[in-house]
Design a binder for this molecule. Sequence first.
Ligand SMILES: Nc1nc2c(ncn2[C@@H]2O[C@H](COP(=O)(O)OP(=O)(O)O)[C@@H](O)[C@H]2O)c(=O)[nH]1
Ligand SMILES: [Mg+2]
Length: 182
Amino acid sequence: MSSFLYKVVASVDSVSLITTPQIVFIGKSNVGKSSLINALLKRKLAYSSKTPGKTRAINLFKTEQEFLLVDVPGYGYAKRSKDERQIWENIVDLFLRTNVSSIKLVFLLIDCRHELKEIDIQAIHYIKSMNLNNIVILTKSDKKMHSGLRETLESSYTMETIAYGKYTKNTQIYSIINKYMS
Ligand SMILES: Nc1nc2c(ncn2[C@@H]2O[C@H](COP(=O)(O)OP(=O)(O)O)[C@@H](O)[C@H]2O)c(=O)[nH]1
Ligand SMILES: [Mg+2]
């Protein structure tokens, strides 16, 4: 079977335990979450747009391999920051806590072109506080990487990092995913 949209979680009431193994994608609006998920699904299922802050719900996609890719609403988009904070503090937090036993890995996406933002640091602390397996994906690596970003993440925040851009092969991400799935 090919990949498909499995479930949309748009309110606190629709959060429930899903026992299917999950890979979660977190990061600022516009960082490239939906683009990466679409690439992995080999279908344009995740909403991707040039307008930041458009994905408001948690979208779960079933892969051909029968696990779930979870597209979490972005944070850090100024115009919507109050709404976003509400979504994050309510739906996203509840979803992650409820499904902590099914979440095999959290990918935290950070745009490789910019310096580390306070909101990304908060996300790092949050993921660590939940004891979730995690890896930073430095996105848009087809563009020039901000100097020192990788070193800061690895030495100051002890985060494992990988680069991902337009020309990165899916197999590279899938080999990481498969390691955490088994
Ligand atoms: N140069 C470059 N642009 C990208 C890449 N991935 C995504 N983008 C662009 O970044 C914008 C936001 O992407 P999207 O996947 O919607 O981000 P999301 O808000 O995190 O889901 C879009 O204009 C994409 O075309 C990448 O690897 N390289
Ligand atoms: Mg998106």
